[in-house]
Design a protein around this ligand. Sequence first.
Ligand SMILES: Nc1ncnc2c1ncn2[C@@H]1O[C@H](COP(=O)(O)OP(=O)(O)OP(=O)(O)O)[C@@H](O)[C@H]1O
Ligand SMILES: [Mg+2]
Length: 443
Amino acid sequence: MLVIDEEPDTARLVAEALGEAYETTSSAGGGEALERYAAAPFDLTLMEVRLKDLGGVETLERLRRLDPSALVVMLSSYDHVGTAVQCMRLGAHDYLTKPLAPQELRVNVELALRRRRLSGEVDRLRRDAEKARGMDRLVGESPAMRALKELIARIAAHDISVLVTGESGTGKELVAESLHLLSHRRGAPYVSVDCAALPENLIESELFGHEKGAFTDAKDRKVGRFELANGGVLFLDEIGNLPLGVQVKLLRVLQERRVRRLGASSDSPIDVRLVTATNVDLAAAMRQGRFREDLYFRLNEFHVQVPPLRERSGDIPLLAGYFLHGYNRAFGRQVTGFNAEAAALLEAYAWPGNVRELQNAVKRAVILSGEEIAPEHLPRELKPGPGDSRTLKEVAEAAVSSAEAEMIRMALEKSHWNKQKAAQMLEIDYKTLFNKLKAYNIA
Ligand SMILES: Nc1ncnc2c1ncn2[C@@H]1O[C@H](COP(=O)(O)OP(=O)(O)OP(=O)(O)O)[C@@H](O)[C@H]1O
Ligand SMILES: [Mg+2]
């Protein structure tokens, strides 16, 4: 506890009133106190309003700037309402008038500390709950998925532009939504635009808006998505489809942090965090001159790559179960699960359409099946067809292989592609690893 008062008696009195449960240190001036606080923060600061060097009000203001969570109780020899109000506005916890009654002082200190502990607790619980809510829609516990979730949690809080890449149906949009839910912008809008779904001549006014009469069809004024997303997150899906002309305008908006509606004579400030996604190779698009490099670097302040489902096949049972549960509820069904053969088919299939394809397969199976989902309820692609006479054993082997390949990839990443180390981690010898790399076509 820090006591700031030129009057040495105050510190002694506080120490006496609080007893041995608290350790108190005293300081005679605001400047010195701030230095001490900066070196090592105190749990509670008791401060006289009248200090010669800085003045209590200014010290309070600086202290709270230094540590917004600082707990401060102001002390004063006279009861001045104006000053008391000012101090409370600046974030003081309480304002006590001298002479200090030991009992009152003690109760006040204990209340202040308890309130702080509680609010810390509440903050923590709230943060945990929000984290869970932001992330629990991203199902998966495979190493790849865990790494992805950890990355999202890390970058969500920072106001950087994120480019999300990954094959179709891998969950890029879910990643964008999680970034919004986990950021301080969660209370502000999340606006999503699919750049591929809009004809070229409409994208511009969709993004930036237009004034009435800006062009022939502009019968009314339109507020653009940028403005709608102000304060929050704008998700631009399929960014690779953005025409070059619009790319130039987008870049300008990002640089100047201002938008101008088509046909408007002035622009307005904008504060959005941009998340973009693409499943095309932007590097190739840049080489072919279809995507601007300067825009690419603006959008790609951070890159999140969502792995295809076949590289996290360990998640297939979990995802299938999750969708089964959801569709049971949606369709009022009580399908209990997948039989062994159906489960093996799900795991062995390569899922070129990724999670979306799996989701659709489960949806269809829930509608078609009886109590339990069997191979005949699954799409034909999953099943060994006439030309593909795979037995259950082969299907099971394929599932094992894909899980094995995933583990190997993880070990290689962890060991920074040191194969010797990776082999040790996997508890296999180097030669076995070498053969498996060849067999699974891992570069
Ligand atoms: N990890 C996951 N957990 C639960 N659901 C998921 C997960 N990943 C994807 N999905 C679901 O799969 C579907 C496809 O995901 P999403 O739309 O995010 O994919 P996408 O990468 O944006 O695909 P596209 O490139 O085709 O737009 C959605 O219904 C989404 O809810
Ligand atoms: Mg998408």
